[in-house]
Write a protein that binds this ligand. Structure first.
Ligand SMILES: [Zn+2]
Length: 413
């Protein structure tokens, strides 16, 4: 049995804002390309800052470009922090990240319009560079906020085009002065699309996220010898491309062998010189490993490294491996997780407890503050692509659960 909530967010306003945000960096096929710290990211921040100002929040930015809107509480207590990120992958979807930021904004505006003062301050946040496409590591803003990455490290990160994150922050006007983390936090909440098919398969509206699986990104550089495709005997070849291809296939085999928890993906592969009649002299590829258990993730890393080294040695190819990113599996605060679940049930929503397959800012915050996430279904389980979609009713349901959880946390002693 469900009872209607006393207050609900304005789903139509949220939809309009999601549409407006999706126009910044919109691609022809309906996707969005808004890489971190680009001009498009700057425009997205400008739009968010304008909305924050319009509803009377205090707009702040820190030294790594995390953008905040603060709504004061009745007491000067640690804040309930709510948000996500505005950057996207290349030709990504319109909801990944934006939904969490704009639903948080909607929650603040709803409280504002109803004249509801909360005991604790409410802080809306958009974290810098969650996706990690242009600058590594990913989740850069939340890492700095949690004290795991220094401002110097963040600003020194370089993109492929040679620009540093610090230069780009300056250029778009979001190099704040405040030290990251200079905001006492009571709890962190993030609404996000699931980016997988589990909710849809279960016919559930609200995902109660219990944790996030660990992630390990490795870049593998192989240096063999470019040579003539027609004249070089096989026993004289040092084919970097062949070794790279074996690693790609190994990633899938490893997932099959050690599944279902393990997901291994070789997502990028470049061969040089990259011509039809030349044995590849160089290859660079990346492998993304994920697992909900730390021991299994570490074992998969070791297996990958052993295999790659062995195949490179066999082909007479030099190999260098570099870890691009590494996060430990985390479990969210059980009390907060329970609160999300109970709130969703109170609003008459069906729920499913799950572990996030994707990385999120909330997992970084979880290391130092109670944190939790609310998921809504992704149509067809699709994300990081233009087809990324969530039914409007599900978006409204997620925003309503978020608002009610925020309200309870903001009043909690
Ligand atoms: Zn995201």
């Amino acid at each position: 049995m469900s009872t209607a909530p006393a207050i609900a967010p304005d789903a139509e306003r949220l939809r309009r804002r999601l549409d407006a945000m999706a126009r910044i960096g919109a691609s022809a096929g309906g996707g969005v390309t808004r890489l971190a710290l680009t001009e498009e990211d700057g425009r997205a921040r400008d739009l968010l800052a304008r909305w924050l100002h319009e509803i009377g929040l205090e707009v702040r930015m820190d030294a790594v470009g995390n953008l905040f809107g603060i709504r004061a509480g009745r007491e000067d207590a640690p804040a309930v922090l709510v948000g996500s990120h505005l950057d996207t992958v290349v030709d990504g979807g319109r909801l990944d990240g934006s939904l969490g930021v704009l639903a948080a904004l909607e929650a603040a505006q709803t409280l504002e319009e109803r004249g509801i003062a909360t005991r604790r301050p409410l802080a809306i946040v958009s974290f810098t560079n969650e996706e990690g496409v242009r600058f590594q590591p990913d989740m850069m803003g939340s890492l700095a906020f949690a004290g795991h990455l220094s401002v110097e490290q963040m600003r020194g990160a370089a993109a492929d085009d040679g620009a540093t994150a610090g230069e780009c922050l300056q250029r778009i006007g979001y190099a704040g002065e405040r030290a990251p983390g200079d905001l006492p936090v009571h709890a962190f909440l993030e609404l996000h699309i699931e980016q997988g098919p589990l909710l849809e398969r279960a016919g559930a509206t609200i995902g109660v996220v219990e944790g996030v699986q660990g992630l390990s990104w490795t870049e593998i550089r192989l240096r063999g010898e470019a040579n003539h495709a027609g004249t070089t005997p096989f026993d004289a070849r040092h084919d970097a491309g062949l070794v790279a291809a074996e690693i790609v296939a190994f990633a899938r085999a490893l997932s099959r062998e050690r599944g279902p928890g393990l997901r291994a993906t070789a997502g990028s592969l470049r061969l040089a010189p990259g011509a039809v009649n030349i044995i590849p002299g160089e290859a660079t590829l990346t492998v993304d490993l994920r697992h909900p258990e730390e021991a299994s993730l570490a074992a998969a890393e070791e297996a990958l490294e052993r295999f790659a080294a062995e195949r490179a040695a066999r082909e007479g190819v030099a190999i260098a491996m570099q870890r691009l990113a590494r996060t430990f599996p985390i479990r969210f605060d059980p009390t907060l997780v329970g609160l999300v679940e109970a709130t969703a049930h109170r609003l008459g929503r069906t729920t499913l407890r799950l572990t996030s397959g994707a990385g999120h800012d909330a997992q970084i915050l979880a290391a130092c503050h109670p944190a939790a996430m609310v998921f809504v279904p992704s149509r067809g389980g699709r994300s990081h692509c233009p087809q990324e979609e969530t039914a409007p009713a599900d978006i409204a349901a997620g925003a309503a659960v978020l608002l009610q959880v925020v309200l309870q946390l903001a009043e909690a002693v």
